[in-house]
Design a protein around this ligand. Structure first.
Ligand code: SF4
Length: 191
């Protein structure tokens, strides 16, 4: 391991401080636990799910002053039992990033810039567009030789689910897709 002078001083200082605490009779496990407790004081705790892959590991997160200050694997989660891979462990950069998109963005036809719109407007726009696409591309029957069969579907709409949706959400999602007549229904985990 190569260290510059500044890093060397930092490292020796940290090691020295730790040894001094041990020599003074401190239980380092307790010291570590207290430091963590102090760090998390007045923070809000909630559980979440890693957004990176289809495994869907559970996390415990702590938020203070609008910032995520701690993130760790949830030991009670059925999938990961407290473990996180390196991607999941580094997920805190996402919610704390100043580049994170927090509102829907709309780029008008012909425009070269995105503009922020409200969630209500975004939902209305998507709903209207879906209805228009469905109406314009509705297949009411299939023809096989001289025979005609009722079809009632559209091949112009596709739905894709994400690994972070629960079984119940996915059930509702697929029901909606089928009710709209969509046949292309996929899941992120299969791609
Ligand atoms: S912690 Fe790793 S394995 Fe678990 S969901 Fe995130 S990326 Fe996938």
């Amino acid at each position: 391991m190569k260290l510059n002078r500044r890093e060397f001083v930092k490292l020796t200082g940290a090691v020295g401080a730790t040894l001094a605490l041990v020599e003074l009779g401190f239980d380092m496990k307790q010291v570590k636990a207290s430091t963590k407790e102090f760090k998390l004081k007045n923070s809000k705790e909630f559980t979440s799910i890693c957004t990176f892959c289809s495994v869907g590991c559970g996390m415990i997160c702590h938020v203070k002053d609008g910032k995520l200050i701690n993130l760790e694997g949830d030991p009670d989660h059925i999938i990961n039992e407290g473990a996180l891979c390196s991607k999941g462990a580094s997920m805190s950069v996402v919610p704390n990033s100043d580049q994170r998109v927090k509102t829907p963005l709309y780029r008008a036809p012909g425009s070269n810039k995105w503009e922020e719109i409200s969630w209500d407007e975004a939902i209305e726009r998507v709903a209207k567009k879906m209805k228009q696409i469905r109406d314009e591309n509705w297949i009411d029957k299939d023809v096989d030789g001289d025979e005609e069969y009722p079809a009632n579907r559209t091949e112009a709409l596709g739905f894709i689910g994400g690994a972070q949706t629960t079984n119940e959400e996915t059930y509702t999602f697929v029901k909606m897709a089928r009710a709209l007549g969509a046949t292309y229904i996929e899941h992120q985990a299969r791609l």
